[in-house]
Design a protein around this ligand. Sequence first.
Ligand SMILES: [Zn+2]
Length: 355
Amino acid sequence: MKPAPLALAAGLLLLSLGAPAGAKPKKPVWPVPNPTLNQPGFQPSSSNRQISGVFGPRLKFGSARYDHHEGIDFYAFFDKGLPRGDHSVFSVLDGVVTDVIAPGNPERTETGNKVVVTHPIPWSALGGPKEWGNVRTGYLHLSRISVQKGQQVKAGDELGKAGETGYTSTVHLHFNVYRAGGRDVNVNPARLFSPKLFKGVVLPVHKKTVQIEFLERDKGAGTALARVYLERNVYGLDGFAWQVDKDSSRVISFEHVTATMRDKRDTGDQGLIPGLRLFPLRYNGGEALERLNAKRIPSSWPVSRYPVPNGKGVRLGYDVLATGIPEDAKKLTFVVFSVFGKKVKASPKRFQVER
Ligand SMILES: [Zn+2]
């Protein structure tokens, strides 16, 4: 999958929005702050409106259930000055409301109150393939909905209030970004971020934000285990690869799982990618692990063998196990990659434990 060249995308985006010639180009700011109301939006910022859940597999909050999170979550809980459930949710771009899931709709059980906006921006203007169609965005778990299906909205218009309707454990905005496909497919919402605009606030996949530890190679069992830590607010992570000599088939891309393995994606770590198993260590920050009932973690999970340090500042962790490694394999390389094509590669000089 080609990464979206976001630096180039800004100009194209404007063209597609039909900015009048000579008008000062408006940068695509995502998410849109609301200057008129001076209300907190959901932009990741120096306040505590932080990303609380990223795109991809996770060890679900409060359980040992593995699930594949297909959007980005933003805290809407801790901001000062507004009562719970009273944070506005804004359309990130101009568009038309094409779906509203409100009380009475059976889908609401899971998504809660939900609004989908279709934007007049083809993915091809953002570096995506033509068949991805137009960019659409979804806003889930709202406490209130303030728009109707068919309504035109401008970037920054309020769509509703962040809430905790549907399957959720707290007040937050779950933000989805879709592309067309055999069915509607979620892509990593980070594709709409402009990394430049959020420099220092959200962090790209980079050797400074990614820490790789090599834990074990078991030659008899044909396995190698690496652990990855990512700083909080790292966005755009799309997955991992274990390269074994010239064999580069052990790759998991979270967007690929979303697009092609919807039925299997939540069934645990088993069998999604031959030769690779993934164990998300924590979700929702360090506190999630403390609140997790550790006894319910399947004993086969490496979590139990290599306890996760309860360090502050580390928000995400995955153990990534390569299997089926030939005993005589010489060169092992571990790769962390993002939807923007950024990669961090590392090769173990020696494993901590080698059997
Ligand atoms: Zn979510």
